[in-house]
Write a protein that binds this ligand. Structure first.
Ligand code: SF4
Length: 111
């Protein structure tokens, strides 16, 4: 469940609903396409379902287009950061000294 009430209806609430779809799928990452990308990102910046859109793109490995205000390169950088953090956390967990139980105390024997 999302802030929009369900996990499926966010698309109908996107700020891009009435925008030119070509803005969100520029044909390159240079030249006039840069202006398209900036325009698309500006629309996304005011979108109330931006998080849902970005999560969808990440979970479906969207290789093209502007989703949740991110370009494919932005998403690739995000994924790399996430993988580095996960690897660092795993390495830290692996190198942490395992908790060893304290040796049993010798009881004083009284005779
Ligand atoms: S974040 Fe951008 S691409 Fe996604 S629904 Fe909103 S306006 Fe559309």
């Amino acid at each position: 469940m999302t802030e929009t009430g369900s996990s499926g209806n966010w698309r109908m609430m996107g700020a891009c609903l009435s925008a030119d779809p070509d803005l969100f799928f520029p044909i390159s990452a240079a030249g006039p396409a840069l202006r398209q990308t900036e325009q698309a990102k500006a629309i996304c910046s005011g979108c109330r379902v931006r998080q849902e859109c970005l999560q969808f793109a990440l979970s479906h490995d969207q290789l093209y287009g502007i989703w949740g205000g991110t370009t494919p390169d932005d998403r690739q950088r995000y994924r790399r950061r996430q993988r580095r953090r996960a690897a660092a956390a795993a390495a830290a967990a692996a190198t942490a000294a395992p908790a060893r139980p304290a040796p049993p105390r010798k009881r004083a024997v009284t005779v």
